[in-house]
Ligand binder design. Sequence first.
Ligand code: ATP
Length: 220
Amino acid sequence: MNPPWDLMPLTSPRLQAVSLACERDWRLLFEGLDLDLTGGAMLQVSGPNGSGKTSLLRLLGGLMQPTAGEVLLNGAPLARQHGDLGRTLLWIGHAAGIKGLLTAEENLAWLCALHKPAACEAIWQALQAVGLRGFEDVPCHTLSAGQQRRVALARLYLAAPPLWILDEPFTALDKQGVAQLEAHLARHCEQGGLVIMTTHHSLTEKPSGYIELDLGRRSA
Ligand SMILES: Nc1ncnc2c1ncn2[C@@H]1O[C@H](COP(=O)(O)OP(=O)(O)OP(=O)(O)O)[C@@H](O)[C@H]1O
């Protein structure tokens, strides 16, 4: 049987940043930032600590308003699409973002239910894909940091939307986990998905649409 993520038809997303500026605590992090990303692209946002990588991701994911400029998703301002964002965009933040008292299966069930409920079988397949077979029904606070990160990343193996915004997705993963995630992200892009992520990790597997944006080299 094919895994569920192979059954998901991707509608190619387009994300644009138009003359984006970001100021935090009266400190200008960047300004005049333009991006035009379509399905197939992988944008790696790099730069030193505090250069504004997470802030940029939050702007692109609609979690924060820019100081100037705007973000367009499929041609329309992101700010006006909050109700529909979950169908297009999957956000996985710096923290694993899972509930310790819930099991891995329960965490994924409620996270998916926010936008599109997932069948129990699909959730177990996703957990198996991230190496958590046998840990489906234990409370997540009993899992290691890397295993908790894997629970969060299992969402990328469910019927995920086409645009993935991931803040430091490789944190706490072992070598095998890093290699597997790299391959999965590259495959998502080759299938028409769009990945935007921050990482200090140097990628060994890059899709043809790979782009790097180094915020440390931009003058604010
Ligand atoms: N909630 C906040 N309120 C005010 N300022 C903030 C907040 N979060 C971050 N900042 C400031 O914004 C700047 C950029 O932070 P950001 O987290 O975007 O950087 P980063 O490049 O992702 O850093 P790191 O590599 O350490 O994760 C920092 O100077 C930080 O102090």
